[in-house]
Ligand binder design. Structure first.
Ligand SMILES: [Zn+2]
Length: 50
């Protein structure tokens, strides 16, 4: 489960259907926060977030 960094809605990558925020993908890692040390292996791939 991935939450939008802007509005905290549950989203399907790469785009939030609610606020239209587009999540950036850098080296196959979804950029969900500005904290680059926090890489998580999720069911939709690696992402940075909570
Ligand atoms: Zn959103």
């Amino acid at each position: 489960m991935i939450l939008c960094p802007k509005c905290n809605a549950v989203i399907n990558l790469p785009r939030c259907h609610k606020c239209k925020h587009q999540v950036a993908n850098n080296n196959d890692i979804w950029q969900l926060t500005d904290m680059p040390d926090f890489v998580i292996d999720g069911d939709q791939g690696k992402y940075i977030g909570y």
